[in-house]
Design a protein around this ligand. Sequence first.
Ligand SMILES: [Zn+2]
Length: 98
Amino acid sequence: MERGITRRGLLSTTVLAGAGAIAAASAARSARALSLQPMDAQSRSLYLAACSSRDGAYHRELVAEARKELAGRASDAQIEAAIVRMTCPICGCPITTF
Ligand SMILES: [Zn+2]
């Protein structure tokens, strides 16, 4: 009786350890897939000044750039549709978020 419980206890501990090892391994794999880079001063100031603030000057700039880039190459509706689908390279939000 006591042996059975011990064996079951050992088994569940082993299963948990195995699950933990798998979780740790996949965490390590996804950590390797990411590359962290320090923000340079320009990115940092853009991030803080534009993307994390409510006025969204950088997003407006991106919208203006996209309009200029696409002008004459697509209809107004197509340009607007493209702009709506674009996301900010810094914060990942739609560039129409001001
Ligand atoms: Zn942004």
